[in-house]
Write a new protein. Sequence first.
Length: 182
Amino acid sequence: MLQSNSELACAFPAVLQDDARLALSALPENPHPSSKYTVRVGNDVVALPYRIYHDPALIKTVPLASLHREMIDCILTRHADGFVRERSLTRIISSNHRWTPPFVVQLVGEYVIEIIRVVHQNLGNLNTSIYGQFLRMNPQFLALTEQRVISYWNCYHRDCRRGDYVGFQVLEFLKALAAQQS
């Protein structure tokens, strides 16, 4: 059963729905439906897919404006292939759009350490105001991300001291942003 790409537009705030549908028209149909997670972005609740399975070779981004290509990259951070997620992350990590943090923060709570390292290497490029606001609006999402970091460290990286594990280092940075008053 194919999942309609128009459903993926819900991953972006309401004001961007037309742009999201235009951007997502560049994607082939998603061959597998995906469950979603919701977070607040400004005044909107957005629903991001846990995983997508589009064939990256069939994505036609050349005619798209940079905003639409960035939206595609955000969605591709949810791809089943970790290499696709990592490449897309490197293209959006410095974005100043308020709708980017849910895609980036979600990656911190996943198991691919190379992707978490990309986030860690780019902490100085994050718009701390945008990320701080997002994290303060979504304390449950930050807590769930923390639980996932702990779980993946415990399962795969216990040979590394907790303070040396890159997931905890990024998590501490994010928690400090959340604790700041705007």
